[in-house]
Write a protein of this length. Structure first.
Length: 447
């Protein structure tokens, strides 16, 4: 759960990196950072907090140069700590290098133990740092070759941006777990996790960086390399379900359209006798629209969200998350009183959110609440960059449908089926990872 952004050869590189990260804020709210280059050296700033809190005009002014990469983070590997904030910057024998990573490496722990036994000293407990060590130890001549050498040794999910004094490199793992897009701002190449970052800065979409592709950006222009053996694609289906912004175009689709089709498919699979359909704000909106138009039930906004607080799930403390639901949402009592309602949300993880919301809705006087979820039950953690917690914390890993329904105080509960989910990416089913729903992991997690 991270967002990355890079820009090469532009007079306002760090200002654009700031804006790009601002548009990618939904991908991580814990820390933000930018590294820039003026061709002679790299400049670095990272801090805990939201993009708008971390950077000031003064700080951005000190991030000199015509190229920059940036990162927003929510921890999936490594603890919630400034030393784990990215981009990560190191000085090694061949100069300076900075790295921004979205994803999660599955063999990082093994590589790290090996490197440590050979004398490497790590500054953080991030999986990303192993890539830097592998690059620094590589005997290859160019930065690109050292990067390829390093990436050949790692497994798992990575969409990466590197910045050296003179070059920017973008890389996407051969299975393509996380998105990574190439664009241009006039003549300057830009790279971002999602196209919504381009829209804000007025950059043009060029194409998605392909799985297994490495782009070298320098004075000579952009060069594409495909140094890895071909692998079956495993793009993360959860990007479509919840994670990416609906206005983005990733994995060859507009996220909003896919989300709407998930809701329509859910309505076909799990209709309900009800007076209205209500989205759980904000993530449930597109799928609720799909559900309402397919079921011909009126769409109503039965809960109002306070937009001036952060996303509550994102706070690592259980205590804060519990409190969060109440400060975040409030039901429209006059609308709901005495009604049979369907609520649509994108997913149930621990089920604490659903439980609180349903309690709140029932207190507002609804007669029946039929909960519909536009993804299958999440039964396993993600080892590829989405922060789904330990298996024991995932309610669907240990409870059946009826037990969950009871726990969340729902009149009825239905999830989208795996088959239904696959129908929404018809013709490309094989190109996605469904491991958190099926337990069929593309790589084992080596610890
Ligand atoms: P929970 O109370 O854990 O069941 O939270 C479920 C809610 O969190 C859903 O409404 C989702 O919109 C949202 N959600 C699902 N997965 C994630 C995630 N990995 N990070 C943050 N929020 C999530």
């Amino acid at each position: 759960m991270c967002g990355i952004f890079g820009i090469y050869d532009h007079a306002e590189a760090s200002n654009h990196a700031y804006l790009g990260l601002y548009a990618l804020q939904h991908r991580g709210q814990e820390s933000a950072g930018i590294v820039s280059s003026d061709e002679k050296q790299l400049y670095h700033y990272r801090q805990m907090g939201l993009v708008s809190e971390v950077f000031s005009r003064d700080i951005l002014r000190r991030l000199h140069g015509r190229s920059a990469i940036g990162h927003v983070r929510y921890s999936t590997a490594g603890s919630s700590d400034l030393k784990n904030a990215q981009p990560f910057l190191v000085n090694y024998a061949k100069g300076m290098v900075s790295i921004a990573h979205n994803g999660n490496l599955t063999n990082a722990f093994l590589i790290r133990s090996e490197l440590e036994s050979r004398g490497s000293i790590f500054q953080s407990n991030m999986d990303t740092e192993v890539i830097v060590h592998l690059i620094a130890r590589s005997k290859e001549k160019t930065f690109l070759d050292r990067t390829v050498h390093a990436l050949r040794q790692v497994e798992g999910a990575y969409s990466l941006l590197f910045l050296t004094e003179k070059e920017m490199v973008a890389a996407r793992d051969p299975m393509g777990f996380r998105p990574l897009i190439l664009g241009s701002l006039k003549d300057s190449p830009v790279v971002a996790s999602e196209t919504c970052a381009f829209d804000l800065i007025g950059a043009k979409f060029i194409r998605e960086i392909e799985p297994g592709e490495i782009l070298l950006v320098n004075d000579a222009g952009i060069k594409s390399y495909k140094p890895f053996p071909h692998k079956q694609l495993r793009q993360c289906i959860f990007e479509f379900i919840y994670f990416a912004r609906p206005d983005s175009f990733i994995f060859n689709h507009n996220v909003y359209e896919i989300r709407k089709s998930l809701g329509a498919q859910l309505a076909r699979e799990a209709p309900a006798e009800a007076d209205m359909v209500i989205p759980i704000p904000d993530s449930g909106f597109p799928s609720t629209l799909g559900y309402a138009s397919e079921s011909k039930l009126p769409f109503e906004i039965g809960m109002i969200r306070n937009h001036y607080i952060g996303r509550t799930f994102i706070e690592p403390e259980q205590r804060i998350r519990h409190f969060g639901v109440k400060i975040k949402l409030n039901p429209v009592k006059e609308l709901l009183k005495g009604k049979r309602i369907v609520t649509v949300d994108d997913s149930i993880v621990r089920a604490t959110t659903s439980r609180k919301i349903n309690r709140m809705i029932r207190n507002a006087g609804v007669k029946e609440v039929h909960v519909r979820i536009s993804s299958p039950p999440i039964t396993g953690p993600c080892f590829f960059g989405i922060d789904t917690p330990k298996k024991s914390e995932l309610i669907a890993s240990s409870h059946n449908l009826r037990e969950i329904q009871k726990f969340i105080h729902a009149t009825s509960l239905n999830y989208l089926s795996i088959g239904g989910l696959k129908k929404c990416v018809r013709g490309e089913e094989e190109n996605f990872c469904y491991a958190c729903f099926t337990g069929d992991y593309p790589y084992p997690f080596l610890k």
